[in-house]
Structures are given as C-alpha cells and as structure tokens.
Design a protein around this ligand. Structure first.
Ligand code: CA
Length: 261
C-alpha cells in the first residue's frame, strides 16, 4: 500500500464534513475524490473506481440508499455510510442494501481510521477474503479449522451454534453485523419469532469468551443495530495510522455499549 495509495471517494453534501475528511485522509496518505450529490458520486465511482466509498445517507436528490443499491449492481467496493445518531433504522437499511459499515456523526479520526483499515483489508483480500486460520485478539484465540477456542490459554467449550456464531463474527471481525445478518447466516432464518436468538446466544458466548462478560472487550454491542467483534491483533510491526503508541486497552467511551445484560 506504500506504492499504491488507496483512492477514497467521499459523497457528502455538507462541506465542513468533506473538508474534515479530506484533511484527515490526505494526511494519512490517501488519494481523495469528492462529490456533493449521489448522482455526481455515481459518476465518479464509475469513472475512477475508488478503493473505498464514504457515503452520507442524507443527500439531496438521489438518496444514499439508492446510491448503495446502484453501486452494488456493478461493484463490491467497500461502502462506509455516514449517518446521524438516532438513525439506526437508516443504518440497518443501508447495511442490508450492501453497505459494509457505518460511522455515526460526529465521529473522530480514531474511529474513521479503524473503519478505513478494516474496509481496505477486505478490499485488498479481493473477492476471496484471505481466511486467517487462527484469529487472535487479546487473550482470545479462535482456530477456525480446528474448531478450537482458547481464552488466556484455557480451552473454551462452545456448543455447535455458539461456535457457528463466533466463526461468523471472526470472519467479519472489525465490521458491524446486524441482528438480521446473524439470524440469516447463523440460524438460516428470518423468522420474527427467532429475533431474540442473537441476543441470547451473544449473552452466552460472552460468558465463555470475555474475561469480564459484563464489560465486553471483544464482542461489542452496536446499540440498536447488532454486534462488532474487535479486529484481530496485528501480526507484526504495524506502520498503521496515527502517531504515538496505542495503550492497547480501550478504556474510554464504551459505557453505552456495556448496558446489555
Ligand atoms: Ca447530508
């Protein structure tokens, strides 16, 4: 990625947000394209084939959801949605329409950098995401091939459905997954009477894989939308974005995600 800078297309009608994104992304070495409307964005997406698209949902004219559907007719380019707090339904609709993830306005550069990293990893993997045989985050180790899970070195015993749920989350680590996606992919169902399954099984899973299930570190709740498993630990020295060392332990700003029973 050092010789080939990723191209980011921002589709956003609010100038201050475009300026913020341009300043940050260019400082991180990305190339940057911007559009103020969905129509303009579709044109740029087709002519420049960006590596990642940041898309505001509330656009004048062609609506963000329609932009997602149109883009998905011809390319799997990662789409990160920009949406206001309290618009959970819009975010779920966007994810179901084919968006990859979302950022809630106002968002900080740390969150943006993390989402970009995940989106680009899924891009550079191409059509077949490279399956990491062993997933590690903190003291949690998931060996998908061997179907083994360890926490701080100790074997964790999961039921088949718990393992299926965890495996799906591992394959989407760093990205949000909606309740609907879990129901469909893990339970093979969209039945309304099973809508509570993800919540129940996530609760069980946390008691097995979280050092402190009441304060989840690995498997976070995305309030009103679904869940997000933390990204895997970097395998080696990572020239990642942002100056300075990362304290490694996330100690702030997650109180809203810890309320689930
Ligand atoms: Ca807007």
């Amino acid at each position: 990625m050092t010789t080939d800078k990723a191209l980011v297309l921002v589709i956003e009608d609010e100038a201050p947000i475009r300026h913020f994104l341009r300043a940050f992304l260019e400082s991180q070495g990305f190339r940057f394209l911007e559009a103020q409307t969905g129509e303009e964005g579709l044109g740029l997406a087709a002519s420049h084939q960006p590596d990642v698209i940041l898309l505001d949902l509330g656009l004048p004219g062609l609506d963000g959801l329609d932009v997602i559907r149109r883009i998905r007719q011809w390319t799997p380019t990662p789409i990160l949605v920009l949406s206001a707090r309290g618009k959970e339904k819009d975010k779920i609709d966007a994810l179901d329409a084919g968006a990859d993830d979302y950022l809630t306005k106002p968002f900080g550069v740390g969150e943006l950098a993390a989402r970009m990293r995940v989106a680009l990893r899924h891009t550079s993997g191409g059509a077949t995401e490279k399956p990491e045989p062993v997933f590690r985050v903190g003291g949690l180790v998931v060996d998908l091939a061997a179907r083994r899970v360890r926490l701080a070195g100790a074997e964790v015993h999961l039921t088949p459905i718990e393992f299926k749920l965890l495996a799906y989350l591992v394959r989407h680590a760093g990205k949000v997954v909606t309740h609907g996606q879990l129901l469909k992919e893990v339970w093979g169902s969209a039945r309304g009477d099973q809508a509570h399954y993800p919540r129940i099984y996530v609760h069980q899973l946390r008691h097995k894989i979280e050092p402190d299930p009441a304060r989840p570190r690995f498997l976070r709740t995305e309030t009103g939308i679904g869940y997000r498993l933390e990204e895997a630990d970097a395998p080696g020295p990572d020239p990642g974005p942002g100056p300075g060392p990362d304290p490694g332990v996330d100690s702030s700003g997650n109180s809203a995600q810890q309320s689930e029973k």
